[in-house]
Design a protein around this ligand. Structure first.
Ligand SMILES: Nc1nc2c(ncn2[C@@H]2O[C@H](COP(=O)(O)OP(=O)(O)OP(=O)(O)O)[C@@H](O)[C@H]2O)c(=O)[nH]1
Ligand SMILES: [Mg+2]
Length: 322
């Protein structure tokens, strides 16, 4: 009874999100952060919004760029959502809110929505909730959804694996950056931004990047490489142009469709492992309450209990479907 009434409340919230109610959207995101509704939201239909993941080393200017870019896109009558995944500070236990403060300016535009989320697991960045969050923002009707990544190992992050486009932000003076990045996220980049072009060596980085892509990619697939000074709004319209041009080209050549088929499979895998993880955690919690010393647990018993619960989950899914 309690479960079904919260479901109804959430459905009502979704109706309001569909009618572009901002406060309902903010509330629904909070619900998703706290509870497990990822599976339900997966089936809301195919996505219209373009998901752009902004990757790059810490401090490259991702947030500053996003703030400026959102403003530029908003002036072009496009609606934009930004989800910034903040690392949780081990000391305070809370998310660093710097990003939100920096992007406040663009957040005050009516068609720009900014939300920072705590990334409890930096490499996963709330992975099990990500598909649901994307569906939610799409339900609201944004044209573009930007995800700001956090931390290292971004090429394996669900934020990159579920993106329609990846915008990589680099800065001059990172040492031999092209060499170190080569095997990683460079291969995923659809648009490259060399930010902090007010610093020396920006030209060198652009040259190195161009040389790298000329070697590895056919001419027509070399991603655009743009110089930007995000703090001074220099080069931002060109980034918007490049992003929209790549989006159109991918749609026309079937790349978007292919990526989305891959996303659908990944989303399903994410939901599946989230469900299994939840059942496992439940079993472990209950066992810990009965016998606080894990070394005294009998593993076969644990698996039997797990199997019983998974059976029950399967049964309830069959009942729901019929
Ligand atoms: N000189 C210069 N500084 C910039 C530029 N863009 C951003 N910055 C500065 O670089 C610092 C980091 O910028 P952020 O936008 O927070 O970078 P970020 O990549 O979002 O950082 P994290 O989210 O912490 O990884 C800030 O102090 C910005 O003011 C630029 O074009 N030139
Ligand atoms: Mg940032």
């Amino acid at each position: 009874m309690a479960e079904s009434s919260t479901e109804t409340t959430f459905d009502r919230l979704l109706d309001r999100v569909r009618r572009k109610d901002r406060s309902a959207l903010a509330r629904a995101i909070t619900v998703l952060e706290r509870e497990h509704r990822a599976e339900r939201l997966l089936s809301l239909g195919s996505r219209r919004a373009t998901v752009v993941t902004v990757a790059g080393p810490p401090g490259a200017g991702k947030s500053t760029l996003l703030g400026a870019l959102a403003k530029e896109l908003a002036h072009r009558e496009l609606s934009v959502a930004i989800l910034a995944f903040d690392p949780v500070s081990p000391r305070s236990g809370g998310a660093i809110l710097g990003d939100r403060v920096r992007m406040l300016e663009s957040a005050e535009l009516p068609n720009v929505f900014v939300r920072s989320l705590a990334a409890r697991d930096p490499s996963g960045a709330g992975s099990s909730r990500l598909p649901a969050l994307l569906t939610l923002l799409d339900t609201y009707g944004f044209d573009l959804i930007f995800l700001e990544t956090v931390g290292a190992g971004q090429e394996a992050s669900p934020l990159v694996l579920l993106a329609d486009l990846v915008l990589l932000v680099l800065v001059p003076g990172l040492g031999d950056s092209v060499q170190t990045l080569k095997a990683g996220v460079l291969e995923f980049a659809d648009v490259l931004v060399v930010n902090k072009a007010d610093r020396p060596d920006a030209e060198d980085l652009v040259r190195d990047l161009s040389a790298y892509y000329r070697l590895v990619a056919p001419t027509d697939l070399v991603p655009p490489i743009l110089q930007v000074i995000a703090t001074r709004d220099v080069g931002i319209p060109a980034v918007a142009d490049a992003l929209l041009a790549v989006r159109q080209r991918y749609a026309e050549t079937g790349i978007t469709e292919r990526r989305r088929q891959e996303h659908a499979v990944r989303c399903w895998q994410i939901a599946l492992s989230a469900r299994c993880q939840r059942v496992l955690e439940e079993v472990l919690r209950e066992r810990a309450a009965e016998a606080p010393d894990p070394l005294a647990w009998r593993e076969p018993e644990l698996y039997r209990e797990l199997a019983r619960r998974l059976h029950r989950l399967a049964d309830s899914m069959e009942t729901e479907r019929s």
